[in-house]
Ligand binder design. Structure first.
Ligand code: KG4
Ligand code: ZN
Length: 361
């Protein structure tokens, strides 16, 4: 008998309010019926970063509209849903709470099962939603708040192979843009400006390449760029357009080298794994994507990068992770709590940096 399940997903852990409907049928696999993302970039732009209180308030104000929109785009009503999946962490607590309270209300009012989802699991399981990728695989999650290699064996079994011990690369891209007076978010701007730059003009560090393993660090690289800018300003009185382009190109090349080398080591740890996937906003970067693809081609490992809209924060990945958890028998109830910290791999020691900041995932 063909079994079909239709889940509402809700995401509100950082600065995107999102709702989506995903349907999974035992005969046809998953289908995203709608995915609505209401970003808050404009709200936080003047502050140079996400302001948690403003984010929480915006989520609370927008979440029901996002859900209505997701239902109407899918041409469905609440009566067509089988369960509610919601990000229960990690993230900014006020935002996560907005989503969890909304999901609990809907679950109680509609009598539907409630599934709390780890936001990072949402990212890590996305290649299964988009490409039907089979377990196991290695995932590099690389965004504005997170940077880690995960060995994904099941929808509830993740092993962290390595992670950034300080900043995430997206955060570093954003700070470099700020240092150079470029617009936010910094990643796409730095990539654009780097196109006319010489990556070899300035010698920038490749942190932690001299240390074994897959852990990474990007804060020293950021400081090196700050020092470089300051010394150019002192000696020349300012930066030329070419200086800016060369700094962006040098920085991007350093991040690319670190991510590619650490990815090579992650693959070497698990030689029998045949697929490598990336997710997170930084996966949108052309040279980084190309370097990772080239590495995988060389190792004859499959390379998967979900479409950008599903690489960055969205609720379709939460609905899908909810469907995967539901299939494994997980159910939550009204005692579900919002968790600012929620490591996917509880057996790995906590790191001070990425993954503990919780602002973004
Ligand atoms: O996954 P995401 O939308 O949000 C979270 O961080 O959760 O990622 C956003 C981050 C920002 O730091 C942004 O600067 C970075 O991804 N990013 C990029 C590019 N596009 C976005 N970084 C480098 N190159 C890009 N093309
Ligand atoms: Zn995220």
């Amino acid at each position: 008998m063909i079994k079909t399940l239709t889940f509402l997903g809700i995401e509100s852990s950082c600065d995107d309010t999102a709702a989506a409907i995903v349907r999974n049928s035992s005969s046809q696999g998953p289908e995203i019926l709608s995915s609505v993302v209401d970003g808050q970039t404009a709200i936080h732009a003047a502050f140079g970063g996400v302001v948690p209180e403003l984010a929480a308030r915006a989520h609370a104000e927008r979440i029901d509209h996002c859900i209505e929109k997701a239902l109407s785009k899918a041409h469905l009503s609440f009566a067509d849903l089988d369960a509610i999946a919601v990000t229960a962490g990690p993230g900014l607590i006020g935002g996560v709470l907005s989503g969890v309270m909304c999901a609990k209300g809907l679950s109680a009012a509609l009598g539907l099962p409630l599934i709390g989802v780890n936001h990072l699991a949402g990212h890590a399981l996305t290649p299964r939603l988009t490409d039907g990728l089979a377990f196991p695989y290695i995932m590099l999650l690389v965004s504005g708040g997170h940077c880690q290699f995960l060995y994904v064996e099941q929808a509830d079994l993740f092993t962290r192979l390595g992670a950034s011990i300080d900043d995430a690369p997206g955060e570093a891209f954003d700070k470099i843009a700020k240092i150079l007076g470029l617009a936010q978010p910094g990643g796409p701007e730095v990539e654009r400006v780097a196109q006319s730059g010489d990556p070899k003009r300035f010698a920038l560090p490749r942190p932690l390449l001299d240390r074994a393993g897959c852990d990474m660090s990007f804060s020293g690289l950021k400081t090196a760029v700050l020092r470089l800018r300051n010394s150019l300003v002192t000696t020349q009185g300012g930066l030329t357009l070419q200086d800016r382009a060369d700094i962006c190109a040098g920085f991007q090349a350093a991040v690319t080298d670190v991510l590619a080398e650490k990815s090579r080591r992650a693959l070497a740890l698990l030689p029998n794994v045949t697929n490598f996937a990336v997710a997170g906003g930084v996966a949108a970067n052309g040279p980084i994507r190309a370097a990772l693809k080239e590495l995988c081609d060389r190792k004859t490992v499959g390379f998967l990068a979900p479409p950008l809209a599903l690489c960055t924060d969205n609720a379709a990945m939460i609905a899908w992770a909810g469907l995967e958890r539901y299939a494994l028998g997980y159910r939550d109830d009204l005692t579900l709590s919002a968790r600012p910290r929620w490591p996917l791999d509880v057996t790995s020691p906590a790191l001070l940096g990425s993954g503990k900041k919780g602002a973004k995932a």
